[in-house]
Design a protein around this ligand. Structure first.
Ligand SMILES: N[C@@H](CCC(=O)N[C@@H](CS)C(=O)NCC(=O)O)C(=O)O
Length: 206
């Protein structure tokens, strides 16, 4: 059984979302870096980088939230989050790496500016530059979603979950998606899924 380490109010939420989509049993240890939980010798054996999230599953020990979701989908989500079709599986890998390398730094940068910094600490030039640079990846995403209802084909897969969980940082900070109608339709559809709503409730309760 998977043990997932990390509080819901962190990147762990994306792994909780994947596990809830699949409805498989798992143990959640809501470790919190702000409380020093990632600096204990036990946790450092799991993740020497002292970051959340991490998972163990028998002799599997894994970090990197988006990669962990590929593992969860591949191992437990056949025909659901992990498609049967080879071309669709390729898209799951492609879009996961795309989320990690093309979108996450921009989205996290915006989140830091607009959610974590106090108003007087914010730099409008940084915010405008990030928004400008975010247009290219959102264009790419929109083009893909004009061709196909979901990123790896006609149904929701780990590709959508992994990209949506990063794009959510943009939605949370009121990024204006109106110029990209396919993204504007797809993103709330993904985020409103019952499994993600359950995770949002966990965040509120934490
Ligand atoms: N690329 C890593 C990033 C992990 C990460 O930065 N996690 C944050 C929480 S969302 C953390 O543990 N921060 C504590 C710290 O940096 O000390 C992943 O996706 O898992």
């Amino acid at each position: 059984m998977i043990t997932l380490y990390g509080k819901a109010n962190s990147r762990t939420s994306r792994n909780l979302w994947a596990l809830e989509e699949l409805g498989i049993p798992y143990k959640h240890v809501p470790s919190d870096y702000l409380k020093g939980d990632t600096k204990t010798p036990e946790y450092l054996r799991i993740n020497p980088a002292a970051k959340l999230p991490a998972l163990t599953d028998g002799d599997v020990v894994m970090t990197e939230s988006l990669g962990m979701n590929l593992y969860i989908a591949h191992t437990y989500g056949a025909g659901k989050l992990w498609p049967d079709d080879k071309a669709a599986r390729a898209k799951c890998i492609q879009w996961t790496l795309w989320a990690a390398t093309e979108l996450e730094a921009l989205a996290v940068g915006r989140l830091i500016e607009l959610q974590y910094k106090k108003e007087h600490e914010r730099d409008p030039k940084v915010i405008a530059a990030l928004a400008e640079r975010t247009k290219a990846p959102i264009n790419t995403l929109n083009t893909a979603l004009q061709r196909s209802a979901y990123l790896a084909g006609p149904s929701f897969t780990i590709a959508d979950l992994n990209v949506a969980t990063v794009a959510e940082y943009l939605a949370r900070t009121n990024f204006d998606f109106s110029a990209w109608p396919a993204v504007n339709k797809w993103l709330p559809e993904c985020l409103n899924r019952p499994a993600n709503q359950k995770v949002i409730a966990m965040k509120v309760a934490a």
